[in-house]
Design a protein around this ligand. Structure first.
Ligand code: NI
Ligand code: MN
Length: 225
């Protein structure tokens, strides 16, 4: 069975049978990140260059040897810093033993902490041993989410709900209606003072306005897919 572990903010680990995918590993400097043993992922997916997403990706990639998969411009940046990195682009599927990863659009920006712009941000649709997980990065809601889910029905979707830098509750509920995932897991809240402190409004609105099940994970908690 695949497990999805939430590490706070937009960071998740998807794991099964010794294969693990690490998403947006913002751990150092994240006040909500649980203390963890050294991570040894199989693959690292990074949605964009902002410090709360690129995070520790370069360090973990260099230490573990795991490749980073992201948009071409950010992949070039990661490679220039000594990490193994693969660059792809919107609509492209990258095949793996576990299934595939597809890069999808995200409405956001993508500069790295040193101020260089590194192309466009992305989201990921992952087919992981037959289950599908959607990580949209830091996007606002957009109507093509419906198309993303039409092409690949989504079992579990993470959505940012913290407002200010991403969707807030109202937009995220609209995203659930467009995506129609079986399970939705909120994140990107409570990390910084400008963000919504908790996912209570989101959970209540999802239960009222959609057929999806909302699973709220505390950092460190795991959902069995
Ligand atoms: Ni961002
Ligand atoms: Mn962010």
């Amino acid at each position: 069975m695949a497990t999805l572990r939430y590490l706070g903010h937009a960071c998740f680990i998807l794991e099964q049978q010794g294969t693990s995918i690490l998403f947006d590993p913002f751990l150092t400097g994240n006040p909500l990140a649980p203390s963890l043993p050294e991570l040894k992922p199989t693959l690292i997916l990074v949605t964009h260059g902002h410090g709360d997403h690129l995070g520790d990706a370069l360090d973990i990639a260099k230490r573990s040897g795991a490749p980073i998969l992201t948009m071409v411009e950010l992949a070039s940046y990661c490679a220039s810093k000594g990490a193994k990195a693969t660059g792809a682009n919107y609509g492209g599927k990258v095949a793996f033993d576990f299934g595939w990863v597809k890069l999808v659009p995200a409405w956001h920006t993508s500069s790295v902490p040193e101020g260089v712009y590194v192309g466009n941000p992305c989201g990921f649709v992952v087919n992981f041993f037959g289950k599908t997980f959607y990580h949209p990065g830091d996007t606002c809601v957009f109507e093509d989410m419906k198309l993303i889910a039409e092409l690949t029905p989504i079992d579990v979707a993470y959505l940012p709900v913290g407002d200010f830098y991403t969707m807030g509750t109202d937009e995220a509920v609209k995203a659930v209606q467009l995506l129609q995932p079986k399970i939705v897991i909120p994140g990107h809240y409570g990390t910084f003072p400008v963000l919504v402190p908790n996912a209570n409004d989101f959970r209540q609105s999802v239960e009222r306005a959609t057929t999806a099940q909302c699973v709220v994970l505390k950092p460190g908690e795991t959902y069995n897919m």
